[in-house]
Write a protein that binds this ligand. Structure first.
Ligand code: AMP
Length: 190
C-alpha cells in the first residue's frame, strides 16, 4: 500500500477527540510513508488531516470538484490537487489513486463515499482494503446495524469481512496492511 484515501467530515464535530484523531491519522500515514488521498478541502477534519500529514512530512493528494472549491476551500499547499468536473469524477479519481480506504467520523458525504467503495468491493470491482475508524465509538451504532443486517440475511458473512474496524489510526492501518487483497469478485445473491 502506498496511498490511502481517507473520507472524513467537512466539519470538526463537537468533541475534541475527532480533530485529535484526524491529526493522529495524518501523522501515522506520514510516519509509515503512506500518502493521503482526500477531498482536497481545508475545512473541518478534511483540513486537519491534510495539514497534519503535510506537517509530518507526508504527501497529500486532493481531489475536488470545481463547484466545491469555494465552499470547501481547496487547500493551497498540497503535493497534488486534481480539479474535476463532478462528484462522480471525484470519487472515481480518489478510488483510482488509492490502494486502500478509510472512513473517519463524518457526515452524509463521508458515509456515501465509504459505502460506495464498500459496495464496489462487494461487487468485485476492486480488492483494496477498507477500514472504519471508530474514534470515541462514533460508529458504534453503524457497526451494530451492520451486525443486524448480517443477522437478518441482507449482508453475507463473507461481505462483512470486507471491512476492518479499529479505534486508533495505528491499529486500523495495521489491519489494512495485513489485508492487502480482499476476496472480491463472484458476488452473487444467495
Ligand atoms: P460530510 O461527511 O458530509 O461532512 O462530507 C465529507 C465530504 O464528502 C465533503 O468533501 C463532501 O463534499 C463530500 N460529499 C458530500 N456528498 C457527497 C456525495 N454525494 N458524493 C461524494 N462525496 C460527497
Amino acid at each position: 500500500m502506498k496511498r490511502i484515501c481517507v473520507f472524513c467530515g467537512s466539519n470538526f464535530g463537537n468533541k475534541p477527540d475527532y480533530e485529535l484523531a484526524a491529526i493522529a491519522m495524518g501523522q501515522e500515514l506520514a510516519r509509515r510513508g503512506l500518502s493521503l488521498v482526500y477531498g482536497g478541502g481545508k475545512v473541518g477534519l478534511m483540513g486537519a488531516i491534510a495539514d497534519a500529514t503535510l506537517a509530518a512530512g507526508g504527501e497529500v493528494i486532493g481531489v475536488i470538484p470545481e463547484f466545491l472549491r469555494l465552499k470547501e476551500l481547496d487547500h493551497a499547499h498540497l503535493t497534488e490537487l486534481h480539479i474535476v468536473g463532478s462528484m462522480h469524477e471525484r470519487k472515481a479519481k480518489m478510488a483510482e489513486l488509492a490502494d486502500g480506504f478509510i472512513a473517519m467520523p463524518g457526515g452524509f458525504g463521508t458515509f456515501e463515499e465509504w459505502f460506495e467503495v464498500l459496495t464496489w468491493s462487494q461487487l468485485g470491482m476492486h480488492s483494496k482494503p477498507i477500514g472504519l475508524l471508530n474514534t470515541a465509538a462514533y460508529y458504534a451504532e453503524l457497526t451494530g446495524f451492520i451486525a443486524r443486517a448480517i443477522g437478518d440475511g441482507f449482508v453475507g458473512e463473507r461481505e462483512s469481512r470486507l471491512l476492518q474496524v479499529a479505534d486508533t489510526p495505528a491499529a486500523l492501518l495495521d489491519l489494512l496492511a495485513c489485508q492487502p487483497g480482499q476476496p472480491g469478485g463472484e458476488w452473487s445473491r444467495s
